[in-house]
Ligand binder design. Structure first.
Ligand SMILES: Cc1cc2nc3c(=O)[nH]c(=O)nc-3n(C[C@H](O)[C@H](O)[C@H](O)COP(=O)(O)OP(=O)(O)OC[C@H]3O[C@@H](n4cnc5c(N)ncnc54)[C@H](O)[C@@H]3O)c2cc1C
Length: 379
């Protein structure tokens, strides 16, 4: 097995790393504190192609492969987890639906705008009563003339506060359960679509999480994504790639926490020596480094399978589960290694710990990942 990156993947990683360290990292604490993503940063990322990295050049994207995109999410998340999240949602569950399931007219209208970052996309599946049990949606799409009328509400919509396009899932045939759900492309400003205020959260501040209320929102049939009743399988297929992206976010956060903690132990002196010299500290760092390395290969392997068009539901779930648990452990240990300073806002590790937590929750909680993995266990 060859685990090395291609020259092109390495080039993209270096390019994104340089950008993330010079342009994103200096803004990260402010994004977290103000819960606001500077529009100029999004514009800059759009101009550079970071909002359309794996979108084909024909649609205005960079045409990079899926692993390169995953490396980019990891590097952005190392600098600012919120920025990594915004890009991951915009790409994997915001733009890919149209790339894979859109009609030529939908692709023509939306992909160039999304790939250039002129428009941002969001994914609205979760509802107040439908979280882990996503098929229990209550939002209804009632046939009306040459389209549908949507009524219902959505929660936890990442990018929602600033998105221009929402992929909304709604029930078109309540008798058919998960086979009665359809997906719709709803543009910001469509009459009846109301955005709630930005949700106040523990972490991932700046990612514009909000609720949506849909009140008699008319959507023409041409805005349906895929066939009627195909919404749930579309969502599940998107989540395979999406989960690898969450795993990459977690990996980036864990690496950032490790590097901060490692550097600190080399400068902080207690009992007359660097705290790194204590074996108790070294063992913690050794465990953190080992977990990160294991997570890295699960993430890259799932990405390579996804890129090769091979089934990767199990591997994506494993990568998401392990990388997010690793991020939580490593960031918690990083806070511990900085002692009281780890708990203070003057250092970034408390932010890493807050940001890491949600990677165990969204795009399927880690209990749900375990259910997915156990369904794939063979005797
Ligand atoms: C910051 C943030 C951003 C998000 N972004 C988006 C987004 O962009 N789009 C979107 O659609 N959603 C988004 N979500 C929603 C997210 O995917 C859900 O929160 C998640 O799927 C869990 O659903 P829930 O919160 O309703 O929890 P619940 O489903 O109510 O779960 C509560 C607890 O019960 C456990 N549980 C539930 N069922 C089982 C079971 N069968 N076996 C064992 N344990 C179980 C869960 O693991 C969890 O611990 C986001 C959430 C957050 C916090």
């Amino acid at each position: 097995m060859d685990f090395s990156l291609t020259q092109e993947q390495e080039r993209i990683r270096q390019w994104v790393r340089t950008f993330a360290q010079s342009r994103v990292a200096p803004l990260a604490a402010g994004i977290d504190e103000r819960d606001e993503l500077p529009r100029h940063l999004l514009a800059e990322m759009g101009e550079l192609g970071l909002l359309g990295l794996p979108i084909p050049e024909a649609w205005g994207g960079v045409g990079a492969d899926f692993l390169s995109y995953i490396l980019a999410v990891e590097e952005l998340s190392y600098a600012s987890a919120a920025v990594g999240l915004v890009v991951a949602v915009h790409t994997a569950v915001g733009s890919f639906p149209i790339l894979y399931f859109g009609t030529p007219v939908q692709q023509q209208r939306y992909l160039p705008r999304l790939a250039s970052g002129t428009w941002l996309a969001a994914f609205a599946l979760s509802e107040p009563e439908a979280g882990s049990d996503a098929a229990a949606l209550r939002t209804r799409a009632q046939r009306s003339g040459a389209g549908y009328v949507l009524n219902g509400s959505k929660v936890f919509v990442t990018n929602g506060s600033f998105a221009d396009l929402f992929c909304v899932f709604a029930v078109t045939d309540a008798r058919r359960g998960s086979r009665g759900i359809s997906a719709f492309l709803v543009e910001r400003g469509t009459p009846g679509l109301q955005l709630g205020p930005s949700l106040r959260k523990m972490g991932m501040n700046g990612s514009g999480t909000c609720a949506l209320v849909l009140e008699d929102v008319y959507v023409p049939e041409e805005q349906r994504l895929g066939e009627e009743g195909e919404g749930f399988p579309i969502a599940m297929r998107l989540l395979d790639g999406g989960r690898v992206g969450i795993a990459a976010q977690a990996l980036g956060i864990a690496r950032a926490a490790f590097d901060a903690a490692h550097a600190y132990t080399r400068t902080r002196k207690q009992f007359g020596q660097e705290i790194f010299q204590f074996q108790g500290v070294q063992f913690m760092l050794a465990d953190m480094a080992t977990q990160i390395e294991a997570a890295r290969w699960l993430v890259y392997r799932a990405a390579l399978l996804r890129q090769a068009g091979k089934p990767c539901t199990r591997e994506a779930a494993m990568a998401k589960l392990f990388a997010s648990d690793t991020a939580m452990r490593v960031t918690t240990d990083a806070v511990q290694l900085l002692g009281g300073y780890g708990y203070a806002k003057d250092y970034p590790v408390e932010r890493y710990m807050r940001d890491a937590k949600v990677t165990q929750i969204y795009e399927g909680t880690n209990q749900i990942q375990r259910i997915v993995i156990s369904r794939h266990l063979t005797r």
